[in-house]
Design a protein around this ligand. Structure first.
Ligand code: ADP
Ligand code: MG
Length: 591
């Protein structure tokens, strides 16, 4: 490893030369004992994607202790904290533009309100490593050697010293950050034995500042716990907390328009993630298998068994292996449920605002006018109990419009001026008084559908001759080869870095596990176990070189993206799971 002085010398020597001369600086440099800077890739020109760098500080110098990296949770929380510190330090020191294009800009991933597993900082017993990008300074297409030397040999070492060494950050703030994360994980782990799918702490602030902001709404009315649903428990760091427990089973959120129903449901959607202190949803905790389900007309559906909800379509289309280039509201919602169950969802979250009415309910009068054999849809109301009783899948749903649901609910929460009330008993009494005037249209066994094996030839990231193109256009769109994956209705993706990681995971499993004989769930479980073993770095598109802008998505959201790929083709029920994990012995033609 050469000294940083060597880098400085090289940079001054190439000042004024063509941009290609920067290629010479690739390599690893010693900044100080135990601190090094590696220039992993150098951009081809000033307008190309920026160069990728990493700073490595040995733990003997960085000074972090066991409690910062002993468990996976500690590593995730500490890495998140240091990412924020690194970003703050570079805002103070390194945000000068130098020359044309993106040149002179240093960038690190910027976490939002959630604390996610990220690749921006790696924390373990040996070292702390920060991954970031730099636009190498240029004037037109000429190297600005002096500016580059200042940036790489002075600014970046300062940023490293200020943000990656324990003595230069606030150890107590870091400790609090980790403690909160551990409390959140603990609370989530206790939900099953408490018989809950979610917990909302007393005093939480649920609403957001605006439709485009994830920050808490200033001056919001804090969440109060209704006595009948109150649950108290002891967290390892914070101690006793009290909150509203949402029990397993079927839960309705009712109430007048604009009284905070959707706000509560959205907080529950996000409760699969941990949040930073001050977010207001730090102690809104949902089971990790909770999936938001909504209608998404126009989406593509490939080989999904939606027969649980839809049968006898007018043109005799197969609903056990339903395909559509442009699904309707109801078929898209049915497909979303079946896809979520396929990935192991244990709780469905639905909002009437984003549901297809004919999927949710067919009331008595409609049943009288339109005969059952003229209606392909078995409405959700007639399946929601079976989902729980036979498959163990709970539902939490916002229904302001249909009291027919009282008859199938275990718990009814009414939102009134942003405050929740337990109105289960009243809802039951009302249901009993009116009797069952509508016919149950369910019946028949509950199935989770068949195994779905994606065909490898239908997932192609190539764009042009031999050139792969996988890119997150935004947090809800991935360019994948020639096609675009629209994720705007996949509402539990919260960070563009997750979207990027989803693109990378799709390519990763395409290369390793998608063979036309392995079902989607098994494929994604293999990826999960690889990530568990090797960290999120295993999905890096650059092989051994890490990237700094991936955040971990759930298996659910990766599947959602694959399922929305317009080219996807599926083979259902191809052979059995082979005992040795091999494939190809069952007459499988991955075609
Ligand atoms: P609903 O789904 O019942 O029609 P929403 O959940 O959409 O109602 O909430 C309506 C409005 O009230 C939103 O603008 C939301 O930000 C705001 N709101 C929700 N909860 C609170 C609260 N606790 N304090 C203040 N405003 C809130
Ligand atoms: Mg609403």
């Amino acid at each position: 490893m050469s000294d940083l002085k060597v880098l400085q010398k090289t940079l001054l020597a190439i000042d004024g030369r063509g941009y290609k001369a920067y290629q010479d600086i690739k390599g690893e440099y010693r900044v100080a004992p135990g601190i090094s800077l590696e220039i992993m890739s150098v951009q081809a020109d000033p307008f190309a994607a920026p160069s990728r760098l990493r700073a490595i500080v040995e733990q003997s110098v960085a000074g972090f202790e066991t409690g910062h990296f002993a468990s996976p949770g500690q590593r995730v929380a500490a890495a998140d904290y240091l990412t924020r510190e690194f970003a703050a330090a570079l805002d103070q020191i390194g945000m000068k533009r130098r020359g044309s294009g993106q040149s002179g800009l240093i960038n690190v991933d910027r976490p939002g309100q959630q604390v996610l597993e990220r690749t921006s900082v790696l924390m373990n017993q040996d070292r702390v490593e920060a991954r970031f990008t730099v636009g190498l300074p240029a004037a037109g297409r000429r190297v600005l050697g002096w500016q580059a030397a200042e940036l790489l040999c002075s600014d970046i070492p300062q940023i490293i010293r200020r943000s990656l060494l324990l003595p230069s950050i606030s150890p107590s703030a870091l400790q609090k950050h980790i403690a909160l994360y551990e409390d959140q994980e603990y609370l989530r782990s206790r939900l099953p034995e408490l018989g809950l799918v979610a917990f909302v702490a007393h005093g939480s602030c649920l609403p957001r500042a605006s439709g485009i902001s994830d920050l808490p709404l200033p001056g919001a009315i804090p969440f109060q716990v209704p006595e009948q649903l109150a649950v108290s428990l002891d967290l390892p760091h914070r101690g006793p907390v009290r909150g509203m427990g949402i029990p397993k089973g079927v839960t309705l959120i009712v109430g007048g328009g604009y009284h905070g129903k959707s706000t509560l449901l959205r907080a529950l959607e996000r409760g699969i993630y941990n949040h930073i202190a001050g977010d207001g949803r730090e102690l809104v905790i949902t089971t990790p298998g909770a999936v938001k389900i909504r209608a998404e007309d126009g989406r593509r559906v490939a080989g999904v068994d939606i027969s649980l909800f839809i049968n006898n379509l007018p043109q005799g289309q197969d609903t056990k292996a339903f395909n559509s280039e442009s699904a309707s509201g109801s078929t898209s919602q049915a497909a979303a449920i079946m896809e979520a169950l396929e990935m192991g969802a244990d709780c469905l979250l639905l909002d009437e605002d984003t549901s297809a009415t004919n999927f949710m309910i067919r009331d008595a009068r409609m049943q009288e006018l339109v005969a059952k054999n003229k209606e392909p849809i078995i409405p959700f109301i007639d399946r929601v109990r079976g989902l729980y009783q036979e498959l163990g899948v709970s539902t939490v749903m916002v229904v302001g419009g249909s009291g027919d649901y009282f008859a199938v609910a275990d718990t009814v929460i009414m939102m009134d001026c942003y405050q929740p009330y337990d109105v289960t008993a009243r809802a039951r009494a009302i249901a009993a008084k009116h009797g069952n005037d509508r016919q149950n249209e369910g019946g028949g066994p509950m199935t989770t559908g068949r195994r779905r094996c994606p065909l490898p030839s239908s997932i192609d990231p190539q764009r042009g001759r031999g050139k792969k193109k996988i890119r997150a256009r935004s947090s809800d769109a991935i360019q994948f080869g020639h096609s675009d994956i629209d994720l705007s209705a996949v509402e539990q993706i919260v960070d563009r870095s997750q979207t990027r990681a989803i693109g990378a995971v799709i390519d990763y499993c395409r290369q390793r596990y998608i063979d036309g004989c392995t079902d989607l769930r098994t494929v994604l479980q293999k990826v999960e176990s690889d990530i568990k073993q090797g960290g999120l770095d295993v999905i890096s598109p650059f092989g051994r070189q890490p990237v700094g802008d991936h955040a971990r998505p759930r298996l659910q959201e990766v599947a959602a993206a694959i399922n929305r790929l317009r080219t996807l083709r599926i083979r259902q029920d191809c052979g059995r799971e082979e005992p040795d994990g091999g494939h190809g012995d069952f007459g499988c033609d991955p075609g």
